[in-house]
Design a protein around this ligand. Sequence first.
Ligand code: IVH
Length: 672
Amino acid sequence: MNKEGVESRIQILRKQLHEHNYRYYVLNEPSISDLEFDQLMRELQDLEKAHPECFDPNSPTQRVGSDLNHEFTQVTHRRPMLSLANTYSEEEVREWYERVEEGLQGQPFEVCCEMKYDGLSISLWYEGGRLTKAVTRGDGVQGDDVTENIKTIRSIPLVLPPETGCPDDFEIRGEVLMPWDSFEKLNREREAAEEPLFANPRNAASGTLKSKNSAVVAQRRLDAYLYYLLGDEIPTTSHYDNMQLAGRWGFKIGPQMKLAKTLQDIYDYIHYWDKERKNLPVATDGIVLKVNSIAQQRSLGMTAKSPRWAIAYKFMAEKQTTILRSVTFQVGRTGAITPVANMDAVQLSGTIVRRATLNNEDFIRKFDLHIGDRVMVEKGGEIIPKIVDVDLDARDENLGPRVEFITKCPECGTPLVRYEGEAAHYCPNDASCPPQLKGRIEHFISRKAMNIDSLGPETIAEYFRRGIIRDPADLYEIRRDQISGARGQKDKSASRILMGIEDSKNVPFPRVLYALGIRFVGETAAKTLARYFKNIDALATASEEQLLEVNGIGQVIAQSVRTWFANPQNIWMLERLRSYGLQFELSEEELTEHTDRLAGQSIVISGVFAHHSRDEYKALIEKHGGKNVGSISAKTSFILAGENMGPAKLEKAQKLGIRIVNENEFLELIKG
Ligand code: IVH
């Protein structure tokens, strides 16, 4: 294919993929199979790779995100992002309605009723039909630029074709959400990996969107509903009509949106959705009411904090009272103790609840909890129900004893400790407390660690009970006769288990390091440490100061690493794991790809490049041990400059006397 041929094929593929994407993620009406979609995507990826000069930040291929950490820059909103006045009472809805009537001096008006989505608000900027920026609410005046992460949300259009007739320059606001099914899947994975669970989809969405690694965001399957269009050339004078149009341009709009002509219509909407909302794919926490006419909105205006033309009616979190029967104490992988309330069963938001978390000792003290107390349980957006109140008037002579926090571990009897500044109690017996030992093995085999999926928590518990395993190294000593039963059927699963364990010997060093379960060393820190120290011995002997020199490693991690390696039991386990052939150093491939040619250098990237994308240059800098920084300062080592480097940057660089390196020079530099 000649150059024009390639370019036009790329354009066609991009257009088709944008359309299929819209059909699939917004309309829910795909017109081609997943396989066909993947084939088109693959073709486009291959062409773009072979022709880097055709790079486009808004190409459908850019939705997969980048594995590189980036910092967020602060952006000032074009128009401040206000919040809404809230109410929980229908009476106050009526008062609001009457204030609007009064404000509009008897003019007829309509109210647009919408769901209040429970996620985090986002502002999307479109210029010339392309998504140019996505900014979080922040403090309402300034927010974080999260464009790279937002691009991974498939229902947000990256490009709006001119035939849609959208304005040349507009802003659209909405809510980023994690749908219930993605949320549940994510928490199941986190549970298996022994990572802390997200309390609700909002926290999960917010944690995800603020992730510095957009490849993680892409995996987490966020969604977005848009509810507010702004700009100088807004198509119609009705909020409702504008949103319907935006829906046709390619945005996902809340399908529950409805116009109300009377206060009764509003109440009907509220009552209907208070019940029905549990069937929606995303979390909602209320109803938003907006005067529909934009002219009327303008004439009603704003108070200091929020518009007079809108109000949020919030649903009450569901609550029930029941009787507290007992309190049990659970021990986690890290030894943290969680008190759990056992109560008479109650029906709450569609599920039967018997247990609720009591968090920690302070929480129990706050309520002066007694066995037999009548307690109020709430299940809001949280997955774990919580006790929110105690009915002191309901106490009578039958009241049981006060709930006391335990002083010894319920599993191993070791006296508990409470570290300064922490609310939780811990069992310090990490060497032999059973749930801690089991938890460490479960973490070791989990998907993001050694990924031995032929083993699960039940099997681990059984082997532990039978004394076959006590620490991760024991896994590699399991003999077939220990785990296979008399019947042939069981032999098959024994083979699968042994094969899974054997295969794990190929798991690369960074994941092995994560699998060790060193406190605070998550996946990212493990990767960082592995790349920096290259093998376990260098890491094991690194001083706290040396650890702190590593970019991204702070005091907490550094201390935890030191403590772990100072424990002879851990060293012994490590030696055994090493003797079984686990990977404790970076592979040849990982080593040659990574050099320290740019070690210690802070590099600013500016301008447009011909050979690689900006993200690829960032990756190259990191691979060679350098650090990509956002802005020029006296500490900048050099600037990797492409075409059209910004004039302000150029001036600053000259003033500070910072070297400017072009693309070819840079590529030579890293070749060595
Ligand atoms: S309109 C000026 N509509 O609720 C009006 N907000 O405090 C701007 N929200 O920050 C907001 N669903 O994050 C609007 N259908 C909806 C909404 C909605 C959720 C959020 C939004 C805002 C907060 C209101």
